[in-house]
Design a protein around this ligand. Structure first.
Ligand code: UDX
Length: 440
C-alpha cells in the first residue's frame, strides 16, 4: 500500500517504519529539512531502541521528504502523527493537525483515507473529515479514520509491531476495508495483534480513557505509598499483595515521584478540560493531576525537611529524563526539583547517561533570567556527580543508577545521604547510608 505519514516524532516515525517493515511503501513528511537529511542517511532523530536498525533494514520501502504536495497527492492512506501539545488552559492544541489537513486538502489528487493517529479530543475526527471534504478538489472522496497510538517511549518499536491492540474508529465501509487491509499483516503470525473496529468517537475515547486510567493507577499507588511511609507499611509488599488479584494486576503499580513524559500529563489535563466543558467533570482525573503535581517534588520536600537549609549545599541529581530508555525530558520530575533546588541556592551536580545537553537547554532560562543563587555542574558519570555532595537525589531508574555500587555513596559523598525517588535499591542493602525512598 502507498502510505504517507505526516510528522516524524515518536508516533509518526515509528508508525512509518513499522508499516514499511510489514511491507508497505511509506513516505514520511516533515517540515524540518535537517531532520529529513538525517533520516535519509538512516539516522533516527529520536533515541529509540531498534528504530535505526529497522530504518536501515527497510530503507527500500522508506522515503523521507519535506515536499508534502508530492507525498500526499497520490497516497492511498495518509496518517497524521503530529503533536497535539497542551494549551495554557489544559486543552489540546490542534493547530498542527489542522495545518496538515490544510496541506492535504491542497495536494490531494485522488480518493484517500486520512488517519488521525495524534491524540485528539473526542469529536476531532468528525471535524477533520468535515474540513477535508469541504476543502479538497471536487470529485475527490476523503474518509477519516481514528487510529489511536498506544506506544510507550523506549519500547516504541516493539509496542507498535507487537501492540496490545490496534483500535480503528470508522464511519464508512471503505475506511474499514482499507484500514483492515493496511493492518492485516500485524493481525497474523508472528504478531497476532488483536484488532478492534469501533466508531470514531469511541476510538478517540479509548485512547484518553486508557492513558488517564494508567495515570490514575500511578497517582493512587503514590498516595498509598505516602500513607505507608507514615504508618510503617512497605509499598512494595503492599503492591505485591495487591497484584495477586487479577482484577488489579501487578503492572504499573510502581510508587515513585510521579509520572512525566509527553502523554500522561497532557492527556489527563485534556480529558479533564473536555469533561468540564461538557459539564460532567471527571473528578477522579482532577485528583490524579493534583496528586501527581505534589508527588513530583516529594524528594525536594524530604531533603528540605532534613537539611533545613539548602543554600550552598552540593546536591547530586541522578537521572534527568522522565523515565529510562528515552532522551525525553518533557514533564520530567527532575526539572521541578532542580528549579526548586536552584531557588533555594543549592549547587547541583547533575548526571544523566544521555540527556545532559538537552537538559542544559531546558533549564538555561532559569539560570540566565531568574538571578538564582544556585548553580549546576554536569557530569557524565555517577562517581564524579556524587563526590563531596551533601545529598543525592535519584530521579530516574536508569540501569547505571540501579546497578550502582551502594558502598560508593559512603566512600565518595561528604555525607552519604541518598533520596531515592524510584525505589532503585533493596532496603536491606542500604543499611550503611542515610537512605530515604518512596513508601518504604
Ligand atoms: C505512556 C503509555 O504507557 C503509552 O501507552 C501511551 O501511548 C503514551 O503514554 P510513556 O509516556 O512513554 O507511555 O511512558 P510510561 O512508561 O507509560 O511512563 C510514564 C510515566 O509514568 C513515567 O514518568 C514513569 O516513570 C511513570 N510510571 C510508570 C510510574 O511512576 N509508575 C509506574 O508503575 C509506571
Amino acid at each position: 500500500m502507498k502510505i504517507t505519514v505526516a510528522g516524524t516524532g515518536y508516533v509518526g516515525l515509528v508508525t512509518g517504519v513499522a508499516l514499511a517493515h510489514i511491507g508497505h511503501n511509506v513516505t514520511c513528511v516533515d517540515i524540518d529539512e535537517e531532520k529529513i537529511k538525517k533520516m535519509r542517511k538512516g539516522i533516527s532523530p529520536i533515541y529509540e531502541q531498534d528504530l535505526e536498525r529497522l530504518m536501515k533494514e527497510d530503507k527500500d520501502r522508506l522515503n523521507y521528504t519535506t515536499d508534502y504536495k508530492e507525498a500526499y497527492k497520490n497516497a492511498e492512506v495518509i496518517i497524521i502523527g503530529v503533536g497535539t501539545p497542551e494549551r495554557a488552559d489544559g486543552s489540546a492544541n490542534l493547530d498542527y493537525v489542522f495545518g496538515v489537513c490544510n496541506q492535504i486538502a491542497d495536494s490531494l489528487e485522488k480518493d484517500c483515507i486520512v488517519v488521525v493517529k495524534s491524540t485528539v479530543p473526542i469529536g476531532t475526527n468528525d471535524e477533520v473529515e468535515k474540513y477535508l471534504r469541504e476543502n479538497v478538489k471536487k470529485g475527490i472522496t476523503v474518509d477519516v479514520a481514528s487510529n489511536p497510538e498506544f506506544l510507550a517511549q523506549g519500547t516504541a518499536v516493539r509496542d507498535t509491531l507487537h501492540a496490545s491492540r490496534i483500535v480503528v474508529g470508522v464511519e464508512s465501509e471503505r475506511a474499514k476495508e482499507v484500514m483492515s487491509e493496511m493492518y492485516k499483516p500485524l493481525t497474523k503470525e508472528p504478531y497476532n495483534v488483536p484488532f478492534l473496529i469501533t466508531n470514531r468517537r469511541s476510538a478517540e475515547m479509548i485512547k484518553y480513557a486508557s492513558n488517564d486510567f494508567l495515570a490514575l493507577k500511578i497517582s493512587y499507588i503514590n498516595e498509598i505509598a505516602n500513607l505507608c511511609e507514615r504508618l510503617g507499611a512497605n509499598i512494595e509488599d503492599v503492591t505485591k499483595g495487591m497484584g495477586y488479584d487479577s482484577r488489579i494486576g501487578n503492572k504499573f503499580l510502581n510508587a515513585g515521584i510521579g509520572y512525566g513524559g509527553s502523554c500522561f500529563p497532557k492527556d489527563t489535563k485534556a480529558l479533564h478540560w473536555l469533561s468540564v466543558s461538557e459539564g460532567v467533570e471527571l473528578k477522579t482525573v482532577k485528583a490524579c493531576i493534583e496528586v501527581n503535581k505534589s508527588q513530583k517534588i516529594r524528594l525536594y520536600e524530604k531533603l528540605r525537611d532534613d537539611l533545613k537549609t539548602l543554600k550552598n549545599k552540593n546536591i547530586a541529581v541522578l537521572g534527568l529524563t522522565f523515565k529510562p530508555g528515552t532522551d525525553d525530558l518533557r514533564e520530567a520530575p527532575s526539572i521541578d526539583n532542580v528549579e526548586l533546588l536552584l531557588d533555594a541556592g543549592a549547587h547541583i551536580r547533575a548526571y544523566d547517561p544521555i540527556s545532559i545537553e538537552s537538559f542544559k537547554k531546558k533549564i538555561s532560562y532559569k539560570l540566565e533570567n531568574d538571578g538564582t543563587e544556585g548553580s549546576i555542574t554536569y557530569f557524565d558519570n555517577i562517581d564524579d556527580a556524587i563526590t563531596a555532595a551533601d545529598a543525592a537525589l535519584i530521579m530516574t531508574e536508569w540501569p547505571e543508577i540501579k546497578n550502582y555500587n551502594i558502598s560508593k555513596y559512603k566512600k565518595l559523598m561528604k555525607v552519604p545521604r541518598v533520596y531515592d525517588g524510584r525505589n532503585c535499591y533493596k532496603l536491606e542493602d542500604t543499611k550503611d547510608i542515610i537512605y530515604k525512598s518512596i513508601g518504604r
